[in-house]
Structure formats: C-alpha cells, structure tokens
Design a binder for this molecule. Sequence first.
Ligand code: ADP
Ligand code: MG
Length: 245
Amino acid sequence: MKPVLDIRDLGIAFGGLKAVDQVSFQAQRHKITTVIGPNGAGKSTLFNLISGALKPHHGQVLIDGVDMTGAAPERTKAAGLSRSFQITSLFPELTVAENLRLAAQVLEPTGRAFLPVGRSTRALAKTGQMLERFQLAHKRDDLAGNLSHGDQRRLEIAVCLASEPKILLLDEPTQGMSHGDTAETARLVRSLTDDVTILLIEHDIGLVMDLSDHVVVMHQGRKLAEGPPDLVRADPAVQAAYFGH
Ligand code: ADP
Ligand code: MG
C-alpha cells in the first residue's frame, strides 16, 4: 500500500551539527510508527521537519504521495498533518470544550469558519464526540490550565484529533505522567489508529514495545535501525547505542 508518510533522505544541520542526517522511512496507514533514540538524537527536529516548522536542507517529505517538502505548518496541516508538542500548546484560559471547539472549527465549510463559535454545528458535534471519547465530558467547563497534567496531555491529543487529520504526530505524549495515566493514554493512542496514522516519539520502552507496529531508531541524527519492535530491540547495534547504557 502507498505509505501515508514518506520521508526520503531528510537532513538539517544547525551550524556544524547534523541534527537530522539522511533519514528515510515510511509510515503505513492506520499503523503506529514510533521513533526512539537517546536525548539529542534528533527526534523532535525530525518532527519539526515533517510538520514544516523547520525547512530541511536535504531530502523530501511526501504526505499521501504529495511532495510537501519545506511547506509551512499551515499547509502541512491542510494536507492532513496534526502534531502535539513536547510542551503543551493548549489555551490555559479557555475551557476544555472551548479548546476543542477552536480546533474543530476547521471542519466548517469555507465561509462559515468565522461564524460565532457557538453556532458552528460540525465543530460543535466534533467537540461533543471528543469529550466523550477522551472521557473529558464531566470537565468540559473546566479551564484547561486547571486540569491535571495527565488530563492536559490527553486534551492536547483530543485537540490534535478534532480537526480530523490523516496523520497524528505525538511527541512524548506520556512525558511526566503517572503510571496509571500512562497506561490509559497508551490505550487511547492505540484506539486512534482506526481514524489516523500515528507517528510517535516515546521514551518508555515498555510502551514502545506494546504500542508500535514499526520502530525507527535514531542515534546522533542518523537512522540506526528500523523494523518490528521485537526485532529492533534485539538488534546488536541498537542494544549498544540505546539499551546498552
Ligand atoms: P531529541 O528530540 O531526540 O531529544 P532534538 O531533535 O531536540 O533531539 O535535538 C537534536 C540535536 O539538535 C540536539 O543536539 C539539539 O541540541 C540540536 N538542536 C535542536 N534544535 C536546535 C536549534 N533550533 N538550533 C540549534 N540546535 C538545535
Ligand atoms: Mg525531543
């Protein structure tokens, strides 16, 4: 099947540092592809190159077969890409429901996008759906800034999903979460593959093994290995560079 995301020979350098160097891989539709690697390996930079936050010096990014290399974040978003950040990007002074409704506003037909938020029906329906699915209905009127860390991170995923993207980029969605919150988030992420293709950055190796269909290992900007989670974990080069310390 045609990959929904096709990364070809991607690279960028900051001064002399090759943060991402000759990285190629593909993400298959409705699968979870996880990027792992030690701190500073280039994972977040890779996401920035894919989303258009940074322009690559080399290589290509294809979304659904369309060349989106160097396209601005608005354009990759319009092409169906949505990303969460390592640091939360919610509006803390807005309620849970308002954060969702703002994100879902893009579903309104052109020309209706700027109607008063309360009157936009598709966005409103999507907001209700997301509140249910993410078990946030009872917190719909809470300010996002007042939610627990776990609830904020889950709301952020819901916000990313509210625009009905094809591809969801999640950068360490369980970072700083309790054990229970991590497990619940993992279940949630797994349930999303019916709707989207997921590209995930995750540190918790147990979670990586459980969740991933395909794993890409990065080390010092380069792709060290890729494959099914168990094979990648057994790879001697991966053992040495990543699990060995
Ligand atoms: P990871 O997410 O795998 O921890 P990053 O992609 O954040 O790694 O960083 C990869 C390398 O690139 C690191 O050495 C980091 O210091 C460097 N880097 C990242 N962003 C920038 C930037 N905007 N300017 C300069 N160096 C950067
Ligand atoms: Mg990072």
